[in-house]
Write a protein that binds this ligand. Structure first.
Ligand code: F0G
Length: 361
């Protein structure tokens, strides 16, 4: 048996590394593709839905796929420091891979607007955290400017190596299913991930373009946003994005043109969902399938369920929803979601435990 050592090793031939490249890896990728069994029954539709659970990457989000490549290439180029703006997951990932590589990480985050678990991780990984009294978009603009003045490599998804790493998620899906799904649904924030999946599907598709819809070898890409942060749905940048799904609280996506290309070439669409719809999908997934993702991630399922119910995604379809991050990252939202489900407190006696069980059967 060959030991799994990370996605660069696995897809080496399709990634920009040489035999001499020192790989900076934490064993990322190879995440489970979980078929939903209960939700399709619950909605009474004949659809096959898989979730690609990216929350099981080493730092708990899909960012690790891009970060292993970006940091590997930064180190190869002799960089001593990396920098990113982040809504939380990129910063955690950058910090971890920087430590692994023995270089420094600077992260700009919007003060008070990143989930507790992400902040805790980033602190533990010993990054230099710079909080700003502005949102992600402002942080991104500052990062681009400061990288002109200081010796730091940007590891946001405007770094093309991030996209290279992230495209491997599409490879894994095709490798596992043996074919691409009919529809691929994912949350869209800065729009790097939809760009990366589309690149991956195009590079890996076994059928040539121009075949009929069923076996053309590429999925329809469905990009879903939070209603208060939906520039792709509005067709214009949003200046004051707001959503409880802080990971995608972004109004000026950097991969604007590339995401539109993914939508157009795949025949896909963008849509938006309210915080209530997003939270309902997060809870549904936890309570009916045992899969706990963070709020932003559940936007993919909220969108898929909506489009299945309207028939935009027809019955008989195979659908993959990317769950971009782990639910444990945002314990505060989880506790709010379950405010009515307070644990019972009892005496530590056999009788009381027995009673507590019998009472709830
Ligand atoms: N889901 C999660 C959990 C995210 O953290 C992000 C982006 C997205 C979806 C959207 O992906 O930006 O490629 O369209 N988080 C970035 C960050 C912005 O800083 O962690 P995208």
């Amino acid at each position: 048996m060959t030991r799994y050592t990370g996605l660069i090793e696995r897809y080496r031939k399709r990634l920009p590394v040489t035999a001499n490249t020192r790989l900076i890896s934490l064993g990322e990728g190879n995440t489970p593709l979980i078929q939903l069994h209960n939700i399709p029954k619950l909605i009474g539709k004949d659809v096959t839905i898989y979730v690609k659970f990216e929350g099981l990457n080493p730092t708990g989000s899909f960012k690790d796929r891009g970060m292993t490549m970006a940091v590997t290439k930064a180190v190869e180029a002799g960089s001593q420091a990396i920098i990113c703006a982040s809504t939380g997951n990129t910063s955690a990932s950058a910090a971890a891979y920087a430590v692994r590589a023995g270089i420094k990480a600077f992260v700009l985050i919007p003060e008070g607007k990143i989930a507790l678990g992400k902040l805790a991780q980033t602190l533990m990984y010993d990054a230099k955290i710079i909080q700003i009294n502005g949102n992600f978009d402002r942080g991104m603009a500052l990062v681009k400017e400061v990288a002109e003045l200081a010796p730091v490599t940007i590891v946001n998804s405007i770094n093309p190596y991030r996209i290279e790493g992230q495209k491997t998620a599409a490879f894994e899906i095709i490798d596992e299913l043996g074919y691409p799904p009919d529809f691929h649904c994912l949350p869209v924030g800065n729009a790097g991930n939809i760009t990366a999946y589309w690149k991956g599907y195009k590079e890996y598709s076994t059928y040539s373009q121009g075949q009929d819809a069923v076996c053309r070898g590429r999925p329809v890409m469905c990009g879903y946003q939070a209603a208060g942060a939906a520039p792709f749905v509005q067709g214009a940048m949003v200046d004051n994005p707001e959503t409880i799904a802080t990971a995608i609280r972004i109004g000026h996506p950097q991969s604007w043109d590339l995401a539109w290309t993914a939508q157009q070439e795949s025949g896909g669409w963008f849509d938006k969902f309210t915080d209530e719809q997003i939270l309902a999908a997060q809870k549904m997934l936890s309570q009916h399938e045992g899969v706990f993702c963070e709020p932003a991630s559940a936007t993919s399922l909220a969108g898929a369920l909506h489009d299945i119910s309207t028939g935009k995604i027809p019955e008989g379809s195979v659908i993959v929803c990317t769950l971009t991050g782990n639910g444990i990252k945002d314990p505060e939202i989880a506790m709010q979601q379950c405010a009515d489900a307070k644990p019972v407190t009892i005496d530590a006696s056999l009788d009381q435990v027995k009673k507590a069980i019998l009472d709830s059967l």
